[in-house]
Structures are given as structure tokens and as C-alpha cells.
Write a protein that binds this ligand. Structure first.
Ligand SMILES: [Zn+2]
Length: 248
């Protein structure tokens, strides 16, 4: 997995210091979740998960700090605190608690965080891979096109071995050499999977440096991230399939 190294600066949780309008209750300037003057809960508004936590759209983030902020907000937004409140506050607390859970679940995981950022940037990963599948189907090369080019040979051989492995199983024969060979290939793929994580970290750094910068660099990093996530998913699925085959 990607390890989250410490960012250069502390996680800029602005949250309750970011002024986002007027408080419904006291009319003073309010912050995202609670009024800075009277402390009252503010209306739940649709917002992206980075904004919910008062974070910039960067990919390196301090997960321990995010977790602390999650727990702090969980306590403060808990619907039980608003049982006796009049008006819509209880409903807002329910809505915000649900937003909080979704935001935390998405941002704490390195892969879902990256996929989410791409979605905010207008890149639909599923659609990309779906259109890639459609294109492949049209040209009659259904699956081969989805295989990362540098893995073509290895995957081809692996498929042959798995076919033999399944045939042996049907005949209730065991070929220890074949099993060893498949296991070795699987381990190699696991190493390649781990390598995608350090590649991902490099792209994160490039993204964070370019986040407010030139569109050309941003587009180049976005393309890199899409290719890497697709590659990662492909290898992860392959390893999963081989494991199922070996354990069955
Ligand atoms: Zn107020």
C-alpha cells in the first residue's frame, strides 16, 4: 500500500476558520460547520469531500490528522446532541454526519482518494475503462488491449499455465512444478503491484506541486494517474484470480 509520508506543512484544516457566509442564527460570519460567533450548527450544503474537511485538493495528506479531525467532527455533529433542538438543526446534523462518514471513508484510502480527485477533475475512471473495452471489442481484441503492454507476455504465459492447471484439477492430478511456476509469477505480479504504489506517490507529489499551476502539467499528471490506476486495478484483479485458482 501507499504509505502516507508526512506532508511538508501541517495539514491545513481550516474548517471552522474558513468564512463561508452568514450565520442563520446570529447573522455573524459563519464557518463551514459551526458559527465562529455563536457556535451554532450551520446548514448542510452539498460540498466535495476535500472542502468538507477544509482541505485543498491535494493528494498527499496526513491520514492521522484526518482521523483526528473525523473523530472531533463526529462528536460535534452527532445527531444525539440535537435531539431537543428546535428547527432543522437535527436534520442538518444527520446530513452532515452522513457527509462526514462518506468524506472520511473516501479520503483516508490512497486509491479511493486518487480516484475521487480524478472524478472532481472530470475524469470518469469507469467510463474510461468501459470505452476502452468497447473499443477493444470493436477491433476484436477484447481483452488484450486492456493488458498493460509490458505485461502482455507474462499474462499470456500465465493464462496458458492456468489453463493447464485447471485441466489437471479436472483430472485430479497435481503438478507441483506447475503450481510453483504459477506461484512465482503471482509473486512477481505482487511486486509489480507494490511498484505501482511508489509510482503513485511520485504522481501525487507532481499533482500537489501543480495543483494551482499550468493546465498542461495538470493534464499530464491526470493522464498519468488514470493510466496508473487502471494498471493497478488490472494487476490486482489478476493476482486475486490467481489466488482463487490456487486455493480452489
Ligand atoms: Zn452565529
Amino acid at each position: 500500500m501507499v504509505t502516507n509520508s508526512k506532508p511538508d506543512t501541517a495539514l491545513p484544516i481550516v474548517g471552522e476558520n474558513s468564512l463561508t457566509g452568514q450565520c442563520w442564527s446570529c447573522g455573524d460570519m459563519r464557518a463551514a460547520h459551526f458559527c465562529v460567533s455563536c457556535g451554532k450548527l450551520q446548514p448542510a450544503v452539498p460540498t466535495d469531500y476535500f472542502t468538507f474537511f477544509g482541505l485543498p485538493r491535494k493528494l498527499n495528506l496526513d491520514v492521522a490528522e484526518l482521523e483526528r479531525e473525523f473523530h472531533r467532527l463526529s462528536r460535534k455533529l452527532h445527531p444525539d446532541l440535537y435531539v431537543i433542538s428546535s428547527g432543522p438543526e437535527r436534520e442538518w446534523s444527520l446530513e452532515k454526519s452522513s457527509q462526514l462518514n462518506d468524506a472520511y471513508r473516501t479520503l483516508r484510502d490512497p486509491i479511493s482518494r486518487t480516484a475521487y480527485l480524478l472524478k472532481l477533475e472530470g475524469v470518469q475512471l469507469e467510463e474510461q475503462s468501459k470505452s476502452a473495452t468497447d473499443r477493444a471489442r470493436e477491433t476484436g481484441q477484447e481483452k488484450k488491449q486492456l493488458v498493460p503492454p509490458d505485461l502482455l507476455e507474462e499474462v499470456f504465459e500465465l493464462n496458458m499455465e492456468l489453463e493447464e492447471f485447471r485441466a489437471n484439477k479436472k483430472m485430479q492430478e497435481d503438478d507441483p512444478d506447475l503450481r510453483r511456476q504459477i506461484t512465482a509469477t503471482k509473486q512477481d505480479l505482487e511486486q509489480k503491484l507494490a511498484a505501482t504504489d511508489s509510482e503513485l506517490k511520485k504522481l501525487w507529489d507532481r499533482w500537489d506541486a501543480a495543483v494551482d499551476g499550468k493546465e498542461q502539467e495538470r493534464a499530464s499528471v491526470r493522464d498519468g494517474l488514470v493510466a496508473l490506476l487502471n494498471r493497478r486495478k488490472y494487476i490486482a484483479n489478476l493476482v486475486r484470480d490467481v489466488n482463487q485458482e490456487l486455493e480452489a
